[in-house]
Design a protein around this ligand. Structure first.
Ligand code: GSH
Length: 204
C-alpha cells in the first residue's frame, strides 16, 4: 500500500502532509514546480483535472474504474487519511460515528468558513474577529477540538485542519493583532513547536 502526496512550496499540501507526519503514515512527497506551471501539465491534471494542489494517490484503494484512488481537495484528503490511515476513531461504533461527524464538521469549517474569513479581504473585516473570539474560547485549555464526553483523543484531524490555518496568520498577516486572542496565540505557538509540523512546513 503506497500513498503519494502532490503539492507545491507553501501550498495547502502542508495540511495533509502535517497529518501524515504526525501520525507516522509513510508517504512519497512529490513537489511540483508551480512557478513552472507543472500543476497544469497533463501528468498532474490526470490526477486532479482542476490542476490544483494538494492531490493524493492511495493505491490501497480502488476508484470506481479499478485504478488506484486519486483524490483532490485538502479536506477530502484529510478525511480519507483520518478514516483509513490515522486510527482516529473509537472502536465503539456510536462514539466513532459522532467523532467522524465532528471531524467532518471541523474540516469543513476550516476550509469553507475559516479559510474564507482569512483569505477573502472583504470577509476578513466582517468575519474574522467573530470567528477568532469563539475559537479563542474553544481553544482554552489546549484540548483537541474533538474532545467530548468520550474524553480527549489528543491531536486529531480537526486540530490539523483548524490549527494549520491559525498558524498561517503570523505568516500571511503579521499586521493582525492577535493579543485579544491569547488561546489562539498559544495554539499557534504550540503548532509551530511540533516537530511533525516543522517537517511538513520545512520541505514543502
Ligand atoms: N479548496 C482547494 C484549494 C486548492 C488550491 O487552490 N490550491 C492552490 C495552492 S494552495 C493551487 O493549486 N493553485 C494553483 C492554481 O489554482 O492554479 C483545497 O483545499 O485543496
Amino acid at each position: 500500500m503506497a500513498l503519494t502526496l502532490y503539492g507545491g512550496a507553501r501550498s495547502r499540501a502542508s495540511m495533509p502532509r502535517w497529518y501524515m507526519e504526525e501520525k507516522g503514515i509513510p508517504y512519497t512527497w512529490v513537489q511540483l514546480d508551480m512557478q513552472a506551471q507543472e500543476h497544469r501539465q497533463e501528468a498532474f491534471t490526470a490526477i486532479n483535472p482542476f490542476g490544483k494542489v494538494p492531490a493524493l494517490v492511495d493505491d490501497g484503494f480502488r476508484a470506481p474504474g479499478g485504478e488506484p484512488l486519486q483524490l483532490f481537495e485538502s479536506g477530502a484528503l484529510l478525511l480519507h487519511l483520518a478514516e483509513n490511515h490515522g486510527q482516529e476513531f473509537s472502536s465503539d461504533p456510536a462514539t466513532a460515528a459522532a467523532q467522524r461527524s465532528l471531524a467532518t464538521q471541523w474540516v469543513l469549517f476550516a476550509n469553507a468558513t475559516l479559510a474564507v474569513a482569512l483569505f477573502v479581504p472583504s470577509n476578513r473585516e466582517r468575519e474574522f474577529p467573530r470567528l477568532m473570539e469563539v475559537l479563542d474560547g474553544l481553544l482554552d485549555g489546549g484540548r483537541s477540538l474533538l474532545a467530548g464526553p468520550w474524553g480527549d483523543p489528543g491531536w486529531s484531524v480537526a486540530d490539523c485542519a483548524v490549527n494549520a490555518y491559525l498558524a498561517y496568520l503570523p505568516i500571511f498577516f503579521p499586521q493582525i493583532d492577535l493579543s485579544p486572542y491569547p488561546n489562539v496565540q498559544a495554539t499557534i505557538a504550540a503548532t509551530g513547536a511540533r516537530p511533525a509540523y516543522q517537517r511538513a512546513m520545512g520541505a514543502g
